[in-house]
Design a protein around this ligand. Structure first.
Ligand code: NAD
Ligand code: ZN
Length: 381
């Protein structure tokens, strides 16, 4: 089968690799028709992790079941399914508490928790930027889709990661009807957080970034765009909230936060969130801050240490939630909102490409080139 194979920093190539297959009775084999490139793939693509060459990425996957193991009861051949990026067993201490993002069984390294397809430090699992994907514990890890799945793939594939991740940011931030919410980052994740805040009834959603194309997408769903290359974003939020600050905020950038001129400064968005959110407000941080980032420009960030303004955070009595999103906790309800026509997360999709064009897609998306907001690859279509 074909897969998008990692060959070293900023190098991917479409190559023939051994076919994915059923390995355990609980496995499901899926022919992947849609697989997104994610901002999280870029950490590995840029060589910021210890992702091994020869492996392939792809944790945002949708497709049609072609085979099921003898221990699979619920999922059937022919079903259209979307897979949460978290691989989870469904019955460990964390899974039982809906913390599938920290599954203890799927992660073979005892000091770690949590697993994903095609990901550094998240277990040995192959990615879905390939024609076939093995889904472990298939009954638990496949979300079945309705009859409109094939036609609406670009909406439903967002359920694998970024729609539930954006939703999780707003859940951790405690967004309630009427709230005024600020979101740092108008990448795919930030835009999904903006959509989620709207779904939750926020009265005002403010999105900070400096890419005009991404800010326009935020405006297209009714958010207020704040361009931090033109204005002080903290002051802009205070001006929009009668000087009080937003009720809550979402961090959707992570350690690659930078100034509009390109200088990386990992603590920039956290400091600005602390300043933009009101006293006692909550912050949901889904942007990734990981240790040992050899690509980081700032020494502390390189070790995963984030020196943000904790003093002011404490003084204001704010709260923060962090970590990978437990996709399974939200994706059934979000699926049903899509099916009912009440959410259309595909508004962020800029490109749908055959898998052979993955190398150029990675290059453009990594450069944040104008108009490259979200790429959906179609490996087996
Ligand atoms: P992305 O890189 O496309 O988007 C990031 C956006 O942040 C860009 O548009 C960039 O211009 C903007 N930005 C950079 N510095 C900024 C600043 N100082 N202020 C405001 N905006 C700034 O990536 P993405 O796909 O949207 O992902 C965002 C983050 O979420 C990444 O760290 C990714 O790894 C992470 N992520 C986390 C989870 C999870 O489960 N927690 C899941 C998916 C992605
Ligand atoms: Zn992702």
């Amino acid at each position: 089968m074909k897969a998008v194979v990692y060959e070293g920093p900023r190098q991917v190539r479409v190559k023939d690799v051994p076919d994915a297959r059923i390995e355990r009775p609980t496995d499901v084999l899926v022919r992947i028709t849609s697989a997104n490139i994610c901002g999280s793939d870029l950490h590995m693509y840029e060589g910021r992790t210890d992702f091994e060459t020869g492996r392939w990425f792809g944790h945002e996957n949708l497709g049609q079941v072609v085979e099921v193991g003898t221990g699979v009861d619920k999922v059937r051949e022919g079903d259209w399914v979307v897979m949460p990026f978290n691989i989870a067993c469904g019955h460990c201490k964390n899974c039982e508490r809906q913390l599938t993002n920290y599954c203890l069984t799927a992660q073979p390294e005892p000091k770690l928790a949590g697993a994903a397809y095609g990901f550094a430090d998240m277990g040995p699992y192959a990615g879905g930027q390939a024609e076939l994907l093995r889904v472990p514990w298939g009954d638990f890890n496949c979300l079945r889709l309705g009859e409109d799945a094939e036609q609406r793939q670009t909406d439903y594939v967002m359920l694998a990661d970024i729609f539930p991740t954006g939703y999780h940011a707003t859940e951790m931030a405690g967004v309630r009807p009427g709230d005024q919410t600020v979101i740092y980052g108008a990448g795919p994740v930030g835009l999904m957080a903006a959509l989620s805040a709207t779904i939750r009834g926020a009265s005002k959603v403010m999105v900070v970034d400096r890419h005009a194309d991404r800010l326009r997408l935020a405006e297209s769903i009714g958010a207020i765009a704040i361009d931090d290359s033109k204005t002080d974003p903290v002051q802009a939020v205070l001006d929009e909230t009668m000087g009080l600050g937003a009720d809550n905020g979402c961090e959707c950038v992570g350690y690659q936060a930078h100034e509009p001129d390109g200088r990386e400064q990992a603590n920039l968005t956290m400091n600005r969130l602390v300043a933009s959110v009101r006293f006692t407000g909550k912050i949901g941080n889904v942007g990734v801050f990981v240790p040992q980032d050899p690509g980081a420009e700032d020494e502390l960030a390189k070790q995963g240490k984030l020196a943000f303004d904790y003093g002011m955070f404490w003084f204001k009595g704010q709260h923060i939630g962090s970590g990978q999103a437990p996709v399974k906790r939200y994706n059934r309800q979000l699926r049903d909102l899509i099916a009912a026509g009440k959410a259309e997360p595909s508004f962020i999709v800029s490109h749908e490409l055959p898998i052979d064009r993955a190398p150029e897609a990675y290059e453009h998306f990594d450069n944040r080139d104008d108009g490259w907001t979200k790429v959906v690859l179609h490996p087996a279509m």
